[in-house]
Design a protein around this ligand. Structure first.
Ligand SMILES: *Cc1c(COP(=O)(O)O)cnc(C)c1O
Length: 423
């Protein structure tokens, strides 16, 4: 469920008409609903509690939408943060999320990032390889600390989803095998700079079938039992993120309740603290990208192009993952429809949001919304083609705030410097 609905003939975010945001901030612009963010978080948390999973650490995956105001909205409800860089840790801290609710994941953590994480007392560093375990051990000892770590396992399951976001097969770069995890865990227990507390996995993203997740989680349970049988303690089981969301005409994802019930079944009797790293399912349907039609360009061969002021640098998912976004006019003109190729102004064929889409008839100057754009939207945006970084707006009830302003062209130019030999 989300809070983007037509009221009085025009699309609103909660109580705010999108036309008002377009007038105040211009387009393109991302618009997020606080109520949807809050609802997605609380529904998931309640599902875990109802399924008997205790009080898990729900570490929202910052990369899905890393705006500090979004992080603060979730952090205020008790969410933690799953981070993959020092920058993301800094964002979480800036949003008031304490280190004890921050998980530091990622395949190639730099030493300065590990040191930063340790200095800020993160809850868990998810170690993805043997060399990384040694690095964490060394950095922690240099700082006179002991790092709390979990070993990230690659459960070697095929979880579906797009190849670029599938992470749980042995051929992917993430994590270690089960046998390696056992060995690393035992080694870690003997290291002065680390304290292994758990095991972690994350098998991919936009997963709409619970079966591969369940298969992975049953394997994870076996791993916990084998490590414990060696006399070691395992306190935490981090099951990652990856649950899909409904992107309109796509397979319907399982409900949070079904997801939680599946986890309870796969791990029954295992006394652990759970951790989760949901990103997309919290943020995707909490945001839209608002854009204006520049013009409608009809080609003699019959193709009709809707040329927008938004482009692939603002919303990369269609170009990168062949993603489908529902497109809705902000002020529908009536029932008449037409078939469009919806494109951005960038000189690249990849700058096509969709082809042959049947939409309500639109004209130059009309506003439209890319739905389900709250995750992996603004956080993947760039200045490609020297287009200004897309701004972000957060709505709460009948109020809205610009939480990332559109930079000026001078801001953009000021970030760069000449070289001394150039005049
Ligand atoms: C990307 C990622 C997530 C979040 O995935 P979603 O599909 O957005 O839920 C969680 N954990 C790790 C380690 C990730 O890389």
């Amino acid at each position: 469920m989300n809070h983007f609905e037509v009221q009085g003939g025009e699309l609103h975010c909660e109580g705010v008409p999108l036309t008002r945001i377009a007038e105040a901030v211009g387009t393109p612009v991302y618009v997020y609903s606080s109520a949807t963010l809050e609802r997605h978080y609380t529904v998931l948390r309640d599902a875990f509690v109802d399924a008997g999973l205790g009080q898990p650490l729900i570490a929202y995956a910052v990369k899905a939408n890393s705006n500090v105001a979004v992080l603060r909205t979730l952090g205020n409800l008790g969410a933690g943060a799953d981070t993959v860089s020092e920058g993301e840790i800094r964002r979480a801290l800036a949003a008031g999320i304490p280190g004890e609710r921050i998980v530091f994941s990622g395949v190639g953590k730099a030493e300065h990032e590990i040191a930063f994480a340790l200095e800020h007392g993160v809850a868990e560093i998810n170690v993805e390889s043997e060399p990384e375990l040694h690095t964490v051990n060394r950095v922690a000892q240099q700082l006179g600390k002991r790092a709390t770590v979990a070993i990230r396992v690659n459960p070697d399951v095929e979880a579906g989803g797009h190849a670029k976001i599938s992470t749980g097969k042995a051929e992917n770069k993430f994590g270690v095998s089960f046998s390696e995890a056992e060995r690393l865990y035992a080694n870690a227990a003997n290291m002065a700079g680390v304290r292994p507390v758990g095991v972690a996995c994350h098998i991919g993203s936009q997963i709409t079938d619970l079966a591969p997740m369940k298969a992975a989680f049953i394997k994870m349970r076996g791993l916990v039992e084998r490590i414990r049988a060696e006399g070691l303690t395992v306190e935490r089981l981090d099951l990652g993120g990856g649950l899909g969301v409904p992107y309109f005409n796509q397979p319907e994802p399982p409900s949070p309740a079904d997801y939680a019930a599946m986890i309870a079944e796969a791990t029954r009797g295992l006394d652990v603290q759970f951790a989760f790293e949901p990103g997309r399912m919290i943020a995707a349907n909490a945001g839209i990208l608002l854009s204006r039609v520049q013009h409608v360009h009809e080609r003699p061969e019959g193709r009709r192009f809707l040329v927008l002021d938004a482009a692939m640098n603002d919303l990369l998912r269609p170009a990168m993952y062949d993603a489908y976004h529902d497109i809705r006019p902000v002020k529908p003109r009536g029932d008449e429809t037409a078939t469009y190729d919806v494109v951005g102004p960038i000189c690249e064929t990849g700058d096509t949001f969709t082809r042959d889409r049947v939409l309500p008839v639109l004209e130059a100057g009309d506003l439209l919304a890319f739905m389900s754009a709250g995750a992996y939207g603004a956080s993947m945006s760039s200045e490609y083609n020297s287009r200004l970084l897309v701004p972000e707006v957060l709505v709460k009830g009948d109020q809205f705030a610009v939480v990332r302003p559109r930079p000026t062209y001078q801001d953009m130019l000021d970030k760069e410097h000449s070289a001394p030999w150039l005049t």
